[in-house]
Design a binder for this molecule. Structure first.
Ligand code: HEC
Length: 121
């Protein structure tokens, strides 16, 4: 009987340790706030242009871009940043852009960070 209690205790103890370790490993990256200078080096030219051109410009390019939106140049993107439409739509789960589903969270975060820094060119 004594051995049984000891055995159960050890098993529970090990289970506890293992589950703690797993919790640490599974901490969602999202809960770690970005450091204040996280996106200091992000510019339109060095990374944002690639996202807009690759993901958005299939539909938003030229005078007949979807919804009347042309995201193929920096001034055009800046205008949509400043009227708040890009920030809204890249985080809007009910009305997402791109329409087939929001970008991966890490991309959304870096765009938002860039916007918060004033969307530098
Ligand atoms: C598959 C085509 C497609 C892609 C890719 C796409 N869009 Fe759109 N977008 C549309 C259509 C169609 C509309 C007009 C209808 C609407 O507003 O939902 C639109 C509208 C918009 C608007 C204006 C709507 C408003 O609220 O004023 C913005 C801003 C926008 N898209 C941003 C983006 C951004 C940023 C991306 C890339 C991350 C993107 N879109 C990718 C098709 C697309």
């Amino acid at each position: 009987m004594k051995n049984r209690i000891l055995y159960i205790s050890i098993t529970l103890f090990l289970a506890l340790i293992i589950s703690c370790k797993r919790d640490i490993g599974l901490l969602p990256v999202k809960s770690v706030p970005l450091p204040a200078n996280a996106c200091d080096s992000i510019r339109y030219t060095n990374s944002m242009a690639a996202i807009f051109n690759n993901v958005c410009c299939n539909c938003h390019s030229g005078p007949f871009g979807s919804g009347g939106v042309d995201l193929s140049t920096y001034p055009n993107v800046l205008a949509k940043v400043q009227d708040g439409r890009i920030k809204d739509r890249i985080t809007n789960t009910n009305n997402p852009m791109p329409p087939f589903g929001l970008l991966p969270q890490s991309k959304v975060d870096s765009i938002l960070c860039w916007i918060d820094k004033g969307a530098p060119q």
